[in-house]
Unconditional design. Structure first.
Length: 131
């Protein structure tokens, strides 16, 4: 790192690690990574009437491990004294880990216990006008 590079925030809370903005304030560039890890949230099983089902002989069912790795690279370009344009690339789920959002938790569902709602790796390009 150069002397002008800064790390704005580093937050560690339990198993959730978030990293703030890194970059050079003089160059108007920044790199913002975000790393998170969860060992799997529990979910509740229900029956066909949406009533909770207790599973006394089994441990609480849980989602699989959750590990997103996201990053944002941006650059501000001055177009006048009061206005600037920010160009940025956002990488979502760069590790391409299967981070499921939902589960078939109804015991009457033929797909009971199957996780779904995963989003794969993708890149977003952003254009912002700053004034």
């Amino acid at each position: 790192m150069k002397e002008t590079d800064t790390i704005v925030a580093v937050v560690a809370h339990g198993e959730d690690f978030s990293f703030g903005e890194c970059g050079s304030p003089m160059a108007h560039e920044s790199f913002s990574p975000h790393v998170e890890y969860r060992n799997g949230f529990p979910y509740q099983t229900v029956n066909h009437l949406q009533q909770y089902v207790s599973l006394p002989e089994e441990p609480q069912p849980r989602y699989p491990r959750y590990f997103p790795l996201d990053a944002r690279v941006s650059k501000d370009i001055n177009v006048s004294l009061k206005h600037a344009v920010r160009l940025s690339l956002n990488g979502i789920n760069l590790s391409n880990h299967a981070n499921y959002l939902q589960v078939h938790n109804n015991t009457g569902d033929p797909q009971y216990g199957i996780f779904f709602g995963n989003y794969g790796r993708h890149i977003l390009a952003d254009f912002d006008f700053l004034f």
